[in-house]
Design a protein around this ligand. Structure first.
Ligand code: ZN
Length: 171
């Protein structure tokens, strides 16, 4: 089982990232750590919550195509925000708050950054559920920060406090 992240519409070879479930948890942890201090608009906060709450229910179903995110007409700025989050994550922002050393996270982040960077624009894709509107502010309590890890609690509680998703050290 694993998760496939794609960037359809990209002609370059780097248009997908396949991660194990453990690798997905790690990627979402480090994106959440970098995203919380950067997010300002509702759209940006919803994007970070997508990772904070992601891969918590339904292991192996957290992969998504970039075009399936609810981009708006303002998507170039939204894409730039995602790249800024990935840039900050690549600097190992907040990794001292992790209980494990993520040996492959930097490589996953660089690969995902390259995919997002080369992705030209959203394309029409069918999504299993109606797309949310991320311009709508998320519930306030979802933005409460974990006192220990300083990341959004999200709908499901702090992901760094969740023993079900924290990888076993050494795996
Ligand atoms: Zn926490």
């Amino acid at each position: 089982m694993g998760n496939l992240f794609t960037a359809r519409g990209t002609s370059a070879d780097r248009k997908e990232l396949r991660l194990s479930n453990g690798g997905t948890d790690v990627l979402f942890d480090v994106i959440t750590l970098a995203g919380c201090p950067l997010a300002e608009s509702s759209w940006e906060r919803n994007l970070v919550l997508h990772f904070a709450d992601g891969h918590r229910i339904g292991f192996g179903w957290a992969g998504f195509d970039l075009s399936s995110l609810p981009w708006t007409a303002n998507w170039p700025a939204e894409k730039a925000f995602l790249l800024r989050v990935l840039d900050l994550a690549i600097t190992r922002h907040g990794w001292e708050r992790l209980t494990y050393d993520p040996p492959f996270a930097a490589a996953s982040l660089r690969r995902y950054h390259a995919m997002v960077d080369r992705w030209p624009a959203p394309i029409a894709v069918r999504t299993p559920a109606p797309r949310e509107d991320w311009r709508v502010p998320p519930p306030r309590d979802h933005l409460d920060r974990c006192p220990e890890h300083a990341v959004y609690q999200g709908m499901l509680g702090c992901r760094l406090c969740d023993p079900w998703i924290q990888p076993i050290p050494g795996t």
